[in-house]
Design a protein around this ligand. Structure first.
Ligand SMILES: Cc1cc2nc3c(=O)[nH]c(=O)nc-3n(C[C@H](O)[C@H](O)[C@H](O)COP(=O)(O)O)c2cc1C
Length: 184
C-alpha cells in the first residue's frame, strides 16, 4: 500500500507556519461519531498530529443520555437497518483526499449514523483514502473497523486503529500507516 508520508525536515525547516496536511499536499478530514466522548478524544488527537479538520457526525434526533435507554435505541436501529438523519454536512468533501472515520463499537458493529454518513448521497468517497478508527469496551473492534471499510468499497484504505483507552497514543499508528513520519 502506498505511503503518504511527508518530509519532517521540510516541515521543520521551510514550512514552519503550515500544518502537516498542508505540507503533504493532502487535505485530511477526521470525521467521528461519539456518544460518550471517548471517540471524540481520539479524533481530536488525530487532528492534533495530522493537522486535519475535525467533523462531528451528529444525528438530528439525539440519542438518549441514559446508557441503557441508548443501548435499546441503538439496538433497534441496528436490527431494523435504520439510517438516522444527520444534522450537518461536510460542504467541501470533494477537497479531502484522506478521510479518517471513527466511532464507538455499538452492538458489535458501527453505529447506524456511520451508515448514514458513508452512504449519504451528499458524498462520493470513491478514490479517497479512508482510515477507520474505533473505541470499544471489550469486543468487536476488528469487525467495526472492517465495517467502515466494507461501507466504502470504492475507496482506498489504510490500517485502522481501535482502542479502549481515550488517552491512547495515536502517533505510532499514524507513523506506521505513513500519514506522519515524526511525532509532530
Ligand atoms: C449502544 C452501545 C452499544 C455498545 N456495544 C458495544 C459492543 O458491542 N462492544 C464493546 O466492546 N463495547 C460496546 N459499547 C461500549 C462503547 O463502544 C465504548 O464505551 C466506547 O468507547 C464509547 O465511545 P464514545 O464515548 O465515543 O461514545 C457500547 C456502548 C453503547 C452506548
Amino acid at each position: 500500500m502506498a505511503l503518504i508520508g511527508f518530509s519532517s525536515a521540510a516541515f521543520s525547516e521551510t514550512n514552519n507556519n503550515k500544518t502537516p496536511s498542508e505540507v503533504t499536499g493532502h487535505k485530511i478530514l477526521v470525521a467521528f461519531f461519539s456518544w460518550g466522548g471517548t471517540t471524540k478524544q481520539i479524533a481530536e488527537n488525530i487532528v492534533k498530529h495530522t493537522g486535519g479538520t475535525l467533523f462531528r457526525i451528529e444525528t438530528v434526533k439525539p440519542y438518549p443520555t441514559e446508557y441503557k435507554t441508548c443501548t435499546e435505541v441503538a439496538r433497534e436501529e441496528r436490527d431494523k437497518g435504520v439510517r438516522p438523519e444527520l444534522k450537518t454536512v461536510v460542504e467541501d468533501m470533494d477537497e479531502y483526499d484522506i478521510v479518517f472515520v471513527g466511532c464507538p463499537v455499538w452492538w458489535h458493529t458501527a453505529p447506524m449514523a456511520i451508515w448514514s454518513f458513508l452512504k449519504s448521497d451528499n458524498y462520493d468517497f470513491s478514490g479517497k483514502t479512508i482510515i477507520p478508527f474505533c473505541t470499544y469496551e471489550e469486543t468487536y473492534r476488528d469487525e467495526t473497523l472492517a465495517k467502515i471499510v466494507e461501507l466504502t468499497p470504492n475507496s482506498k484504505h489504510l490500517d485502522g486503529f481501535g482502542t479502549i483507552d481515550k488517552n491512547a497514543d495515536v502517533t505510532n499508528w499514524l507513523n506506521e500507516i505513513g500519514v506522519i513520519t515524526v511525532n509532530n
